[in-house]
Design a protein around this ligand. Structure first.
Ligand SMILES: Cc1cc2nc3c(=O)[nH]c(=O)nc-3n(C[C@H](O)[C@H](O)[C@H](O)COP(=O)(O)OP(=O)(O)OC[C@H]3O[C@@H](n4cnc5c(N)ncnc54)[C@H](O)[C@@H]3O)c2cc1C
Length: 309
């Protein structure tokens, strides 16, 4: 591995990335606020949108070979990017890497397919089991890496396996057993695997009933959650035996704000961007909430959202 910093390399990194993904799929100094559901975040040096497994593998080999920092993202619905922006490369799967294919009762999807699209494809094919995820505004790659869940469903319940790029560079199929999914956690997240695709085992069902269940869940979400404002969903993990929202309300922090960031007045588990919030504003609110909850109930809240700098 070269000793020098990638900033002093004698070739053009933009050109090298364009050779891998095509010139239209590399953006320079791209504002991350355009790619996160929080609508927050400074520019990343290079933002690339691969279309194939080969391209993802080549990007990772290139970045790792020259010690260029690299982050993989789906739809940016669980990340808070700092205001100063990020060094290195963000690899976004959600733009082009999103084919879905149904084979009998098994759904195959590339990592950048959205949960919404996968749930809709399953519904059209008369397959039940993924309705719980239809309103989770991320990709299946994001769902696999953190075992996304809602309304008594979670990714682990339907996953047969996930195809991954291992940190040592090989492409491997990870079984459900190897994935070691637990609450908002997987082995792949711990070990730095990149999810390339997922295989889901669903069950035959009535398309109208499946649609009705998704509609009902969407209605319940819209009633309870501040979907009208930018956020990254539940800001904190659910502490064992408690609900984060209730703890925050009990601590008197609902509505607490800093700049444009506020603990939602509709659902205290969400920090929302009421307009012009900076990542620093969100961090102040998160920190104030954690202190207040600890003081009031003795519970340590842990942020669910991932911080990228
Ligand atoms: C309004 C709202 C409601 C939400 N409701 C829920 C909910 O009910 N349940 C729930 O679980 N979550 C919920 N979320 C949070 C979020 O949607 C999920 O965490 C989702 O799984 C994130 O997927 P993503 O593609 O957006 O990932 P990103 O936000 O892009 O990335 C999140 C993390 O996953 C990693 N990652 C993403 N793709 C890959 C990949 N292919 N390989 C390796 N790592 C990857 C990233 O590096 C990062 O660490 C909600 C968010 C919002 C904004």
């Amino acid at each position: 591995m070269p000793e020098q910093s990638y900033e002093t390399l004698d070739f053009d990194i933009t050109e090298r990335l364009a050779e891998i993904v095509g010139v239209n799929s590399v953006k320079v100094n791209e504002p991350m606020s355009a790619h996160t559901t929080f609508k927050i975040g400074g520019p990343v040096e290079w933002f690339v949108e691969p279309q194939s497994i080969d391209q993802i593998q080549s990007i990772m080999r290139f970045c790792n070979g020259y010690s260029i920092p690299v982050h993989v993202m789906g739809l940016g619905s669980d990340v808070l990017v700092c205001d100063e922006g990020m060094l290195g490369v963000v690899v976004q799967t959600a733009a082009h890497f999103k084919q879905i294919y149904v084979e009998g009762t098994v759904v195959h999807a590339l990592a950048g397919a959205s949960n919404e699209d996968v749930a809709a494809a399953a519904q059209r094919a008369g397959l039940t089991g993924y309705e719980f995820a239809s309103g989770i505004p991320g990709t299946v790659g994001g769902a696999a890496i953190m075992n996304a869940g809602a309304y008594d469903g979670e990714f682990a319940q339907v996953a047969i396996s996930v195809l991954c790029l291992a940190p040592y560079g090989s492409i491997v199929e990870i079984s459900a057993e190897q994935a070691k999914w637990s609450y908002r956690h997987s082995m792949m997240a711990d070990e730095g695997y990149i999810v390339l695709g997922v295989r889901l085992q669903l069950a035959p069902g009535d398309p109208d009933e499946i649609q009705a269940r998704m509609d009902d869940l969407a209605k319940r979400r819209a009633e309870k959650q501040p979907l009208e404002l930018p956020s990254a969903g539940s800001t904190f993990k659910r502490p064992e035996g408690y609900y984060a929202g209730a703890l925050i309300q009990d601590a008197g922090m609902q509505g607490h704000s800093h700049g444009g960031a506020q603990v939602s007045t509709k659902h205290a588990g969400f920090v929302v961007n009421t307009g012009g919030a900076t990542a620093q504003d969100v961090c102040w609110v998160i920190s104030d909430v954690m202190d207040a909850v600890k003081k009031n109930s003795g519970v340590n809240l842990e942020p669910e959202v991932k911080f990228w700098c």
